[in-house]
Design a protein around this ligand. Structure first.
Ligand code: 9WN
Length: 462
């Protein structure tokens, strides 16, 4: 079962010709327009009918090409729900929707009982902080007086978001922020979380007390299992019991992990804030300093010289998790990643595990395709996702690999040309999976289409 969406495009080639590109652009705009909900864009009308944090950042990047006012509104609406401590909640619930439109909904999260929560009902956890980068890209797409004013307005909120992560979430005091829930990574059921999740006590039978919403709209065989969900709920309950406070996490919380993508996003955010500061007359230097420290900590704590890739660190067990997932490639978005790590990530991405090449049929999968637990249909355990590929595409351009960036870009566009704006895709066949009208797929497609010259011509991009 998939959600109805704008019809898949009648694109016969790989989407690379001007007429095909135009058709794809129209499909993407129709998808984003269809998901627009009075002041924000929903990731999917059926599966995810509220506002999600990192989705909105990716969506703003795409909207900048076609509806710049909406791009700013998207970010403003999200940050209007920022908590007093600076956290940006991973879901902002739309009060107009019926109870049960999504599980777990506002009643389960109970944000209204926590100090410093906003008036709107939200979740109590966060997602990767890709918003400063998004704000910078939205401005850079069409700089204007209005975009500078929008940056000036958002800047303090973006800084507070970073401060929250630096001051409250660095549980191991090593310079990296912890995620307290797999949902915070954005890659909910990635094999990267199997080891730390195994330590979370839970019984799948507790799910008998709840009705999952996701499996009513997507194939259960593609989604996290009931045991995964039992653990997800247990982790929320553990955090909620302390009103989502972060003091004492090390002593009481069952899941504490330093994620390479989450922290790479944090570092990229400091680089973007330095750029923003330069435009609005603030001081960029502290942002560059913080960015440098984050990159150093990532290399120090998460780069495994034996495997040559970045791996999450399970802080409770104080060890790197063994799974080699696409998360490990994402530090490439950091412009100050040292050459040794850049080379290692490019090698890992080009290996049989992920298949990056100048000529490639399909974008990268979310997990090592040679691994025994690779599942081509199950969510973040194998399928290809546009946002992960977009991050890698950006990283390749940042580090002067236009040849590989161009190959990846073509494969991303070809994927949507073949299947439509699906949520995720079979990594071998390219078949569309999950929601058929997914926000960030449409948005990042627009960005890939618009950046054709940079992708082909090879200018390194900051
Ligand atoms: C839980 C909205 C979100 C994305 C996540 C993706 C999925 C939610 C879910 O959907 O997570 O947050 O219900 O599965 O994993 O990355 O932000 O698109």
């Amino acid at each position: 079962m998939t959600a109805p969406g704008p019809a898949a495009p009648m694109v016969t080639g790989d989407g690379g010709g001007p007429a095909e590109a135009d058709q794809l652009r129209r499909l993407a705009v129709a998808t984003l327009d269809g998901n627009w909900e009075h002041d924000h864009t929903v990731p999917s009308r059926t599966l995810y009918p509220h506002q999600w944090s990192w989705d909105s950042a990716f969506i703003a990047i795409g909207l900048a090409h076609v509806r710049p006012d909406r791009a700013w509104q998207e970010l403003r609406t999200l940050f209007a729900a920022q908590w007093a401590d600076g956290r940006v909640p991973h879901i902002v619930f739309n009060p107009r929707l019926r109870v049960g439109a999504y599980f777990p909904g506002p009643q389960f999260w109970g944000s209204e009982r926590a100090d410093g929560a906003p008036a709107a009902a939200t979740s109590g956890i966060v997602q990767p902080p890709v918003h400063a980068l998004a704000a910078w890209l939205v401005h850079r797409r069409a700089p204007s007086t209005a975009s500078r004013a929008a940056l000036t307005e958002l800047y303090p909120a973006l800084v507070a978001q970073q401060s929250y992560l630096t001051e409250r979430r660095d549980v191991a005091r090593g310079g990296l922020a912890c995620v307290v829930h797999p949902w915070e990574s954005g890659l909910d059921n990635s094999p990267a979380w199997d080891e730390p999740m195994a330590a979370v006590p839970a019984d799948a039978a507790v799910m008998r007390a709840y009705t999952r919403h996701d499996t009513a709209h997507a194939d259960a065989a593609h989604r996290p299992t009931d045991l995964d969900y039992a653990r997800y709920l247990a982790m929320v309950e553990s955090y909620r019991r302390h009103d989502y406070r972060d003091d004492g996490l090390a002593d009481r919380h069952p899941f504490l992990v330093e994620c390479p993508l989450f922290n790479a996003a944090r570092g990229a955010a400091e680089h973007a804030l330095a750029d923003i500061a330069g435009v609005i007359g603030a001081d960029p230097v502290p942002h560059r300093d913080r960015a440098r420290r984050i990159t150093e900590a990532l290399v120090d704590r998460l780069f495994d010289p034996v495997t040559g890739t970045f791996q999450p660190r399970d802080v409770r067990a104080d060890r790197l998790v063994s799974a080699r997932t696409a998360l490990g490639l994402t530090p490439l978005i950091l412009p100050d990643l040292p050459p040794r790590q850049v080379a290692a990530v490019v090698t890992e991405a080009g290996s049989a595990r992920f298949g990056l090449a100048r000529r490639m049929d399909r974008p990268l999968p979310s997990h090592d395709r040679t691994a025994g637990d690779f599942e081509p249909l199950r969510y973040w355990r194998g399928p290809s996702w546009m946002n992960l590929n977009w991050l890698l595409w950006r990283g390749l351009r940042t580090h002067g690999r236009p040849d590989l960036a161009a190959g990846l870009r073509r494969s991303m566009i070809g994927l949507v040309a073949g299947a439509g704006c699906h949520e995720y895709f079979h990594p071998d066949t390219g078949a569309g999976l999950g929601s058929a009208a997914f926000g960030w797929t449409a948005a990042l497609l627009l960005d890939a289409l618009a950046s054709g010259d940079a992708g082909r011509g090879g200018a390194a991009e900051a």
